[in-house]
Design a protein around this ligand. Structure first.
Ligand SMILES: [Zn+2]
Length: 269
């Protein structure tokens, strides 16, 4: 029998609107940002999967709160990858910019990008095309959302702009696994920034229909976000014009300046 080795990526819902992504091959599984252990344990049991690793993007409790319980329930030798800092409970492997690591089961290799902004030590995991990955995948935590980006709790607009630039440079077909279902409210804001963006208007209808059926709007893709996400479009005329109008500035000399204005606008939207 030829085993289908393509990897599956499944959203385990947690809390109000978190997704804990589970990457598995039918036997072995990784989870990304398990803020809560219970839904992960239920899913692993239901699908008869063995947890072989945990990937953490940043220190917030809704991304890390389930780590210790998972280790306690499933085995303390499970590796936990995470960013630098002392606030990732159970972390066994520090992942920094440029790191590449391979996991044997499920077989997948990742590259690490440091993406400060939402938090200072936030990282993202990128899996380029490989034997059992037919489209590149990005696990971006709370840095990028469908039609939005994370709040700047620790970093600056310039850092977030540089972090998003790293994502903009990835292949357009990269599947982006964001960790919150914020899409509809993000789209409402994106439409305020770019009311004439035809792709965004179409996407608003599609996303509404998905949510009406209680389906995730994720993953998105880098190519899609380049068309509908104002934070990825800070060099576009309509986004710049909206930012100028809202800020009352005469000029906004860089995409980072535009991002600063629209991020602050979104915070009070
Ligand atoms: Zn967060």
């Amino acid at each position: 029998m030829v085993k289908n080795t393509l990897l599956h990526v499944w959203p385990i819902p947690a809390f109000e609107d978190n997704y804990i992504w589970c990457i598995h091959d039918g036997d072995c599984a990784l989870v990304v940002d398990p803020g809560d252990a219970s839904p992960v344990l239920r899913y692993l049991e239901q699908e008869k999967l063995t947890l072989t690793g945990i990937l953490i993007t940043h220190h917030h409790a809704d991304h890390t709160g389930g780590i210790l319980q998972l280790l306690k329930s499933l085995g303390s030798s499970i590796p936990v990858y995470g960013p630098i800092g002392n606030n990732i409970p159970g972390r066994t492997q520090v992942a920094i910019e440029g790191d590449k690591f391979e996991i044997s089961a499920p077989r997948i290799s990742f590259e690490v990008h440091e993406v400060p902004g939402h938090t200072l030590s936030h990282i993202a995991y990128f899996a380029n095309m490989q034997a059992n990955v037919v489209e590149p995948m990005l696990f971006c935590g709370d840095t990028l959302f469908a039609s939005g980006c994370g709040r700047l709790f620790e970093g600056t607009p310039t850092q977030m702009s540089q972090s998003l630039a790293k994502f903009i440079a990835l292949p357009k077909n990269t599947l982006v696994y964001c960790t919150h279902e914020y899409t509809l409210s993000n789209i409402r804001f994106a439409l305020a920034v770019e009311p004439n963006n035809a792709n965004l208007i179409t996407w608003a209808q599609t996303a509404k229909a998905l949510r009406a059926q209680n389906l995730p709007t994720l993953p998105t893709t880098i190519g899609q976000e380049l068309q509908v996400n104002p934070f990825m479009r800070c060099d576009q005329k309509e986004v710049i014009e909206s930012a100028l109008e809202v800020s009352g500035e005469k000029s906004l000399p860089s995409p980072a300046h535009v991002l600063a204005v629209i991020r602050a606008w979104k915070d009070r939207f």
